[in-house]
Design a protein around this ligand. Structure first.
Ligand code: IVH
Length: 700
């Protein structure tokens, strides 16, 4: 293909020669576009590709009548770029906690009131809005001009889709009316149902795959490397939140909404001000009735505290705000046939039964797998292969088998017998007393566990290695290229030697191998909290990993403490269980993980390949007088809830523990404090009143 580029100067060509070359180049460029954009498998270096395109462009300029209608040169952004550029969000883009039932909504309102320490009579307003089933987007305006559009990504970092966003008619390129110098508007990109159906008809006519639902249609259309493709797609946008702003748009959400409308944004209606759980539930019932009359899909309602100052106090837990919740509509259900029950072995050895189903459309999504939860659930529902079952899905939750339609049970079925041996490695699979889960005892001997641990290690919230999908990990593992995490870092070295493991094998060009090595190389240094999370210790999620990172500060401290903590009478053990939210079960999992020789070998091996950066609190926190101080709260606080006080302390870099020891820096004592004050005084720990505490942290 490359020899399609001739060296003869264009002006010396006859039209016939030019026509032949244009035809060859048009085909060659289209071919490489396909490898690059659709398959992520380029076959030639970027410079080579550029040369082809350039020559084609010159030929077309000299012989415009010979330009072919299918010429790739007219396409915007078809030049190879390494996917989308990553952009960091100035303010993280969060997700929402879910409510499913009325009780969850009452609990949400009660939780907010408790946190804010509101008396029964004090008013608290919420704004209820439809929850749009699309994908969230952040738009940045500077001086009133749209300068950036970014997808949510992992919440901290998204993809730069500015060129695509500019093609969406609902999105103002310039704000109407006076606007803050910096304004980030967040909202949802979506597609109307009729537009979605028409798009799918066009896809089918063009011999392309149709989209499963409007949400996928919107996501697929926005994430096009070629913005002219996006331009042809019927995308729309609603604004519903703010990111970074240089100047306030108002003190309440409803004011912000009307300012957004003034600035040129479409709003998701109907929105309603509600003064409590009952009003929210009435809104929800009404929205459910309206649902089918709306021209786009919604999957529930979102309830948000109206006052922005209260939101500020409420803050966040992990990745969701305390001040908002998504109330999802009831699950969609459908009937289908259960073909087989497969047993999956997870990262921690848990055996999970998975239903393989005859594919069925459940509320717009084709479902062919569903979870059966565990052994007891299968027995309780008496699910048998061959049965007709009811499956349901709610929002992004994994589809599940709800029940068997007994009337339709065929003859000759037998109850499902749950295996007592791991189907992957043959080790005993045991159920600890009181546990619902049966676990394989094979540890890293079990290939399924080893593979799952590797997957987890490189997953987005862990080391976040781009380009190492599930299938690739599985293949690398099976071929013995990567058996444990440290092997990843040796992959590139191995590739440099004569018998190249990657380069040249099916699906891997020099470019894609190089991209992978670079992605791995970029992770030779990671922050301690990510590293702890990446280890995949049972019960250690992101929040716990951060807590542990903050407590132990460095990997070597953590390892030393876990070694010492094996003795349950040691101070190290006491310190571990004293960490707020670390109970004995979690402590046992931690200690068991670090005591296991396989795991120690994995850690030693990793230590020789990568650096784990000590935990660095954000700059603001480091400067705070409370940074690294150990604080205990006791008694009843009157101006803040215990939870708010604790959240505040943690936000300022302090550690909050449950009991007073010689290491405690401050005991904050509310009314009726009890014995902790005596203990603190004995140990010489400073005791603060609630007022003194508030002065220290700058009031409420
Ligand atoms: S507010 C801090 N309002 O739902 C949270 N989100 O499940 C800001 N969504 O990621 C989001 N409609 O993509 C908000 N009216 C609405 C929404 C909405 C849809 C999406 C959004 C978010 C997801 C969370």
């Amino acid at each position: 293909m490359i020899d399609a580029v001739r060296t003869l100067p264009v002006e010396q060509l006859t039209p016939d020669q030019a026509a032949v070359e244009i035809a060859a180049l048009t085909e060659a460029v289209a071919y490489h576009d396909q490898r690059y954009h659709q398959e992520d498998r380029p076959e030639i270096p970027d410079a080579e590709y550029d040369r082809l395109r350039q020559r084609l462009g010159t030929l077309e300029a000299c012989f415009p009548e010979l330009r072919r209608p299918d010429s790739p040169t007219g396409r915007v952004g078809a030049t190879p770029a390494a996917g989308f550029r990553k952009l960091r969000h100035a303010v993280p883009m969060l997700s929402l906690g879910n409510a499913f039932e009325a009780a969850d909504v009452h609990e949400f309102v009660a939780r907010v009131r408790r946190f804010l320490n509101l008396d029964a009579g004090e008013p608290l307003d919420f704004v209820a809005e439809p929850k749009i089933d699309g994908l969230s987007l952040s738009l940045r305006y500077e001086g009133g001009e749209l300068i950036q559009g970014t997808t949510r990504g992992d919440g901290s970092e998204g993809e730069d889709v500015t060129a695509n966003v500019r093609t969406i008619a609902d999105i103002p390129k310039r704000l109407t009316g006076p606007a803050p110098a910096v304004l980030e508007v967040r909202g949802e990109v979506y597609m109307r149902r009729v537009d979605f159906l028409a798009l799918n008809r066009r896809q089918l006519e063009a011999g392309k795959q149709p989209f499963a639902n409007p949400r996928n249609g919107a996501a697929g259309s926005l994430r096009q490397l070629d913005a002219t493709v996006t331009a042809g797609r019927p995308l729309r946008f609603f604004g519903y939140a703010l990111g970074e702003v240089s100047e306030s748009l108002g003190e309440r959400h409803r004011t912000v909404r009307s300012r957004l409308a003034d600035l040129g944004f479409m709003l998701n209606e109907p929105a309603q001000l509600c003064d409590g759980a009952e009003a929210l539930l009435a809104y929800y019932a009404e929205l459910d009735r309206l649902r089918s009359t709306l021209p786009y899909d919604i999957d529930g309602a979102v309830y948000k505290v109206d006052r922005l100052d209260l939101r500020h106090r409420l803050g966040f837990v992990s990745r969701a705000p305390r001040w908002a919740v998504a109330h999802k509509f009831a699950a969609e259900q459908a009937r289908t046939k259960l073909l087989a029950v497969a047993i999956q072995v997870g990262r921690t050895g848990a055996l999970t039964p998975v239903a393989h189903l005859e594919p069925v459309n459940v509320g717009g999504v084709i479902v062919s797998r569903a979870t059966l939860h565990n052994e007891d659930e299968i027995a309780r529902k008496d699910v048998r292969p061959g049965d007709t079952v009811v499956v349901q899905r709610a929002g992004d939750v994994i589809p599940q088998v709800v029940e068997v339609v007994l009337d339709e049970r065929p003859d000759g079925t037998a109850p499902f017998v749950f295996p007592e041996l791991c189907p992957e490695c043959g080790s005993q699979a045991v159920r600890e007393p009181g546990e619902v889960v049966r676990r394989c005892t094979g540890g890293l001997i079990c290939p399924a566990q080893a593979v799952e641990r590797l997957r987890h290690f490189v997953s987005r919230d862990a080391l976040d290695v781009d380009g190492l999908g599930d299938k690739i990990i599985q293949a690398f593992f099976q071929e013995g290229l990567v058996r444990r995490p440290g092997d990843l870092f040796r992959l590139a070295d191995a590739d440099k030697t004569a018998d190249t493991p990657l380069h040249g094998r099916h699906g891997w060009g020099p470019k894609s191998a190089q991209n992978l090595f670079e992605a791995i190389e970029a992770r030779r240094q990671v922050p301690l909290d990510r590293f702890i999370y990446a280890l995949g210790i049972r019960q250690v999620g992101q929040a716990t990993a951060r807590l542990l990172a903050r407590t132990y500060a460095s990997l070597s401290n953590l390892r030393t403490a876990m070694a010492a903590g094996q003795d349950r009478d040691s101070q190290a053990y006491q310190d571990l269980v004293a960490i707020d939210q670390v109970g004995p079960a979690l402590a046992d999992n931690m200690l068991a993980f670090f005591a296991e020789p396989h795991n120690q070998a994995v850690l030693d091996d990793l230590a020789s390949e990568m650096t784990v950066a000590d935990f660095a609190s954000p700059t603001a926190v480091r400067a705070s007088p409370l940074a690294d101080k150990i604080i205990v709260f006791t008694g009843t606080l009157s101006r803040q809830s215990r939870q708010e006080a604790k959240a505040r302390a943690e936000a300022l870099g302090a550690k909050v523990t449950g009991s007073v020891s010689a290491k405690t820096d401050y005991l904050v004592a509310g009314a009726d404090p009890g014995s902790k004050v005596t203990k603190a005084e004995e140990l010489g720990v400073s005791v603060l009143s609630e007022d003194e505490w508030l002065t220290m942290v700058g009031g409420t």
